[in-house]
Write a protein that binds this ligand. Structure first.
Ligand SMILES: NC(=O)c1ccc[n+]([C@@H]2O[C@H](COP(=O)([O-])OP(=O)(O)OC[C@H]3O[C@@H](n4cnc5c(N)ncnc54)[C@H](OP(=O)(O)O)[C@@H]3O)[C@@H](O)[C@H]2O)c1
Length: 327
C-alpha cells in the first residue's frame, strides 16, 4: 500500500517535523489505520531528546502507543476491520511508532480492543491505563484488596487513572502530587484526600504506618518517602521515575514490616497480563469517566509543544493524539 499520509518524524535527537510520507514507517505484519495515539512522559523524553529513548536510526516515527483499525494483515489472528491497540514492546523506541496515520506493526503485543470500549477511550487510557491497572493487579496479588492506598505522582496519566480505578474498587485513595491545581480534579476522580509531594527530608527508617499499599508513579524521593510509611505486609507497585531514579531506603520496612516492593514494566508485560488488564479497564472505566481523565485532544502538529510542556512540568496527565485529518 502506497497511501500518502501524515506523520511526526524525528530527524535527530530533539528535532522533529511533520511530513507527508508514502507507506507505513514500520515493517510489521499488521497494517493499522491509526486513529489515536497518546503523549506519555516517555514520549516527551523521546520527542524533546531529553533522554535517549529511541533505539533506532533517524528518521524515526515516535509514539509508544496507538489504537486503530486493521487495514491489511498477514496473520490469521487479525482481520481487516478489527479494532486493535498496541502499547510498548518497543513501539516508538525500536519500532516505528504511533504518531502517524498508517503503521505496519509487530504482532507480539498487539491486542483487540475489548468489546464495549471505544477506540478513543482505549487510547485515553493507553500505556498509562495499562500501567495503572497492572500496578493494582500486583497489589491484589499481594493480598492488598482493601484499605488505604497512596498514589504518588497522582497528577500523571498513570496516577490519575490509578486514583480512578482504586476508588471504583472501593479503596480509600490518598493522592499525592505537586500540581495543586489538579487536586479538585483528583477528588472528582475519587481521591479521599489530596496531599503535596512527599519527600524523605528528616524521615526515620520507619515512620507511622499509614498505607496498606502504594501505587508509585513518581519514583525517586517520593518512593523513598513512601516505603517507611507502609503497614505490615503492605505492597508498593513502582512504575515511575519523573521524581528521580535514585532510591534511598533501609532494609527495615522489608524486614520489620514484611512489605513488598514490586516493579511494573508495562513495556514488557506478558500478553496474558495485558489482556486481563484491558478487560478490567473496560469494566472499570466508563466512557464518561474516561472523558473526565482527558486533559486535551491534540493533533500531530501539537505533539512537540505538549512534549516540551510535559518536560517543563506544565502538562501532566493524559493527552490524546487524534491523527484524523488530511492524508
Ligand atoms: N514502568 C512503566 O511501565 C511505566 C509506564 C508508563 C509511565 N511510566 C512512568 O510513570 C510516570 C508517569 O508517567 P505519565 O506519562 O503518566 O506522566 P505525566 O502525565 O507526564 O505526569 C508527569 C508526573 O511527574 C510528576 N513529576 C514531575 N517532576 C517531578 C518531581 N521532580 N518530583 C515529583 N514528581 C514529579 C508530576 O507530578 P507533580 O504534579 O508533582 O509535578 C506528574 O505527576 C513517569 O515517570 C513515567 O516514566 C512508567
Amino acid at each position: 500500500m502506497k497511501q500518502i499520509h501524515k506523520a511526526l518524524i524525528l530527524t535527530g535527537l530533539g528535532q522533529c517535523s511533520i511530513a507527508r510520507i508514502s507507506g507505513p514507517g514500520g515493517e510489521g505484519p499488521v497494517l493499522v489505520a491509526v486513529e489515536y495515539s497518546g503523549i506519555n512522559y516517555k514520549d516527551a523524553l523521546a520527542v524533546t531528546g531529553m533522554a535517549k529513548i529511541v533505539r533506532a536510526s533517524f528518521p524515526f516515527i515516535p509514539g509508544i502507543d496507538l489504537a486503530g483499525t486493521v487495514l491489511e494483515s498477514d496473520l490469521e489472528d487479525y482481520k481487516p476491520g478489527e479494532r486493535v491497540v498496541l502499547t510498548g514492546g518497543g513501539l516508538g523506541e525500536r519500532y516505528s511508532g504511533g504518531y502517524t496515520q498508517l503503521q505496519a506493526v509487530p504482532s507480539k503485543y498487539l491486542l483487540k480492543i475489548p468489546v464495549g470500549m471505544s477506540t478513543r477511550t482505549c487510547m485515553i487510557l493507553g500505556t498509562a491505563g495499562l500501567t495503572a491497572m497492572l500496578s493494582i493487579m500486583v497489589l491484589e496479588d499481594h493480598g492488598v484488596v482493601d484499605g488505604e492506598i497512596l498514589v504518588t505522582g497522582a497528577s500523571s496519566g498513570v496516577g490519575m487513572i490509578a486514583v480512578t480505578l482504586l476508588a471504583s474498587l472501593g479503596y480509600t485513595v490518598i493522592a499525592s502530587c505537586g500540581s495543586t491545581h489538579l487536586w479538585h480534579k483528583l477528588e472528582g476522580l475519587g481521591a479521599s484526600r489530596t496531599i503535596n509531594r512527599i519527600s524523605t527530608d528528616a524521615d526515620r527508617p520507619l515512620m507511622h504506618a499509614q498505607y496498606d499499599g502504594v501505587v508509585d508513579a513518581a519514583g525517586g524521593k517520593a518512593l523513598s518517602a513512601a516505603l517507611p510509611r507502609v503497614r505490615v505486609h503492605g505492597c508498593v507497585a513502582a512504575s515511575g521515575n519523573a521524581a528521580g531514579a535514585e532510591l534511598n531506603t533501609t532494609v527495615y520496612p522489608f524486614i520489620l514490616r514484611g512489605i513488598t516492593l514490586t516493579g511494573i514494566d508495562s513495556n514488557t508485560a506478558p500478553v496474558e497480563d495485558r489482556r486481563v488488564a484491558w478487560e478490567r479497564l473496560q469494566q472499570l472505566v466508563s466512557e464518561r469517566k474516561a472523558d473526565q481523565l482527558l486533559m486535551a485532544t491534540v493533533s500531530l502538529e501539537d505533539i512537540a509543544s505538549v512534549c516540551s510542556a510535559k518536560i517543563a512540568g506544565k502538562a501532566p496527565g493524559r493527552f490524546l493524539v487524534s491523527t484524523a485529518g488530511e492524508m
